[in-house]
Design a protein around this ligand. Structure first.
Ligand SMILES: *Cc1c(COP(=O)(O)O)cnc(C)c1O
Length: 342
């Protein structure tokens, strides 16, 4: 099966399995798991922040970060297509009493600086208090667009001017870094906090890491416990995360080349619409334009040919490449789609 519904489908590598089996562990809620401590130190160092925190998921990473930065009644400015706004059950409001204030994402995943600025509330008892601006890098719903360091610095200038904080949901930050040819540290530099997923393209089975100042991570650690995310011998998870950071970062460009190849092949198939130039990382969105054919029906037929993708709308499809999808898999997917669209 060529599995392209998501890069979360990646299974732990043999090296991860070995590291997990051999991991030295302790009680992480007591701060005594040496493998977790090593992963957190390594992640902080990689991202250029003082400290880091292992959490169960990207969703928990964002929510713990939001709870650490904001109090009840505070407001967060974020893109209307952001993962945190669309796909996290409104957790910031449901759990944290934090309200989202959306600004339109541009096609490249950024927000217009003047719109961020205009969304910052003035000090008036009618208004909630703006506390945080949140960016997403790479931007999933904006075609996996990588956000460059210059834009993040622009957003940081606004947050500094208004005494706000800047959080980057970097679930796929290492993909963005590979696509832009810069370090993840450079992309994170202007942000007060940043999180990334170990369990997507980096292929670990579980986990995300939040990075920021020592003080912020202290608050996020409290929030993690509140959310039920204080894990005990979490070193078995962290061990896979360490392998992910050691062995899976430098190969991400391969996934991007596969995604580009898929996009270029799709552009040549009648009944499919795509702009391959928008495919910059490992995410490919395309539209089914053949009259009478829905994305769901096309994908049902495609699955019978050994290829899985995800319907993201009545006529839109997402495919995500990762280390378990090779060039032969891309060729097979293209051949089967060409056959089905014929
Ligand atoms: C996947 C994802 C998350 C959430 O991660 P989970 O581990 O699935 O909870 C958050 N933000 C972005 C941009 C993502 O793509």
């Amino acid at each position: 099966m060529v599995e392209m519904r998501s890069d979360t489908m990646t299974r732990p590598t043999p090296a991860m399995r070995r590291a997990m089996a051999a991991a030295e562990v302790g009680d992480d809620v007591f701060g005594e798991d040496p493998t977790v401590n090593r992963l957190e130190a390594k992640a902080a160092e990689l991202l250029g922040k003082e400290a880091a925190l292992l959490v169960a998921s990207g969703t928990m990473a964002n929510l713990a970060s939001l709870l650490a930065h904001c109090g009840r009644g505070d407001e967060v400015i974020l893109g209307h297509l952001s993962h945190s706004f669309i796909y996290e059950q409104g957790g910031m409001a449901a759990v944290g009493g934090i309200s989202p204030r959306t600004v339109a994402n541009r096609e490249d995943g950024t927000l217009a600086p003047e719109e961020i600025e205009a969304a910052v509330r003035s000090d008036d008892p009618h208004f909630p208090r703006t506390r945080l601006v949140m960016l997403e890098n790479s931007h999933n719903r904006c075609g996996g667009a990588p956000i460059d360091a210059a834009f993040t610095r622009t957003a940081a200038e606004i947050t500094r001017r208004h005494s706000l904080r800047l959080h980057v949901d970097g679930a796929r930050l290492f993909n963005a870094a590979a696509a832009l040819g810069v370090s993840a540290r450079e992309l994170a530099a202007a942000a007060d906090s940043v999180c990334f997923c170990l369990s997507k393209g980096l292929a670990a089975p579980v986990g995300s890491v939040v990075c920021g100042s020592r003080e912020f991570i202290g608050q996020a650690r409290r929030a993690r416990k509140l959310l039920g995310g204080g894990m005990r011998q979490a070193g078995v998870i962290a061990a896979a995360g360490l392998v992910a950071l050691d062995e899976m970062v430098d190969r991400l460009a391969e996934d991007h080349a596969h995604a580009r190849k898929l996009a270029e092949g799709l552009a040549a198939i009648p009944g499919i619409s795509i702009d391959p130039a928008r495919v910059r990382t490992n995410i490919v969105y395309f539209a089914v334009t053949k009259p009478g054919l829905t994305a769901a029906e096309l994908l049902r037929r495609l699955e019978r040919e050994g290829v899985r993708m995800l319907a993201t709308g009545a006529r839109t499809v997402r495919a995500v490449t990762h280390y378990e999808v090779n060039a032969a898999g891309i060729d097979h997917a293209l051949a089967m789609l060409a056959k089905l669209m014929n």
